[in-house]
Design a protein around this ligand. Sequence first.
Ligand SMILES: [Zn+2]
Length: 234
Amino acid sequence: MAGTVEAIYRLQSIDAEIDEKRESLSSVEAELANNEDVLVASEAVRASEETVRELRSRLRSLELDVEGVSSKIAANESALYGGEVTNPKELAGMEQELDYLRRRRTAVEDDMLVLMGEVEAQEEKLQAAQGLLSRTERRWRTAQSELVKDAEELRSRLATLEAERKETARGVSEGNLAVYESLRRQKGGQAVALLDDGVCQGCRVAVPTSLVQRVRRGSELVHCGSCQRVLYSR
Ligand SMILES: [Zn+2]
C-alpha cells in the first residue's frame, strides 16, 4: 500500500490543526458566554438607584414633617395673635408651644439640608455608574461581534478540515488507522515522526540503516525502536 505512511502523516497534520481550532473555538465560546463585566456594572447601577430612592424617600418624609409642623405653627400663631385668647397663663403656654414647634422645624430643616447633600452625592455616583455601564456594554458589543465572527471562521475551517480528514482516512487501512489513533493518544498527538538524516525526529535517536530503507519505501508502518512512533521519510 504505497503512500500509506504519507497518508497517515497527512492525517496527523490535519488532526493537529483540528485540535488547535477546536481549542480556539471553545475559548472563543467561553469568552462569548462571559459578560461578567456587564453584570457587575449593571449591579452597581441597580444598587446606586436603590440608595438614591431610599434617600429621596427619607427626604420626602422630612418634607412632610416640616409641612406638618409649619401648619401647626401657623394655627398657633393665628390663635396667639388673633386676640381671641386673653388669659396670660394660656398665652404663655401657647408661646412656649410655638417656641418648641419653631425649634423643631429648624432641626428638621437642618436634617433636610444634610440629606439633600447626600442625595446630590449619591446621584453623582449613580451617573458615574450609568456611564460605566454604557461604556462596558458598548465595549462588550464590539468584542461580541468580533468573537462571533471568529467563531464562524473557526467552525467553517473545522468543517473543511473534517471533510479533508475523512477523505485522507479513506486511503488508510482500518488496522493502520487503529495503530495511528492509539499511538496518537499515547504520544501526545504525535504518532508519526519524521525520519531526517537517519534520525527519528520524535525522540532524536538514530535509526538502523535497514529500517531507514523500509521507511523510505513508505509502504508499511515502521516504528522507531526507541519511541515507537511510526517513521515517515519525505
Ligand atoms: Zn523515535
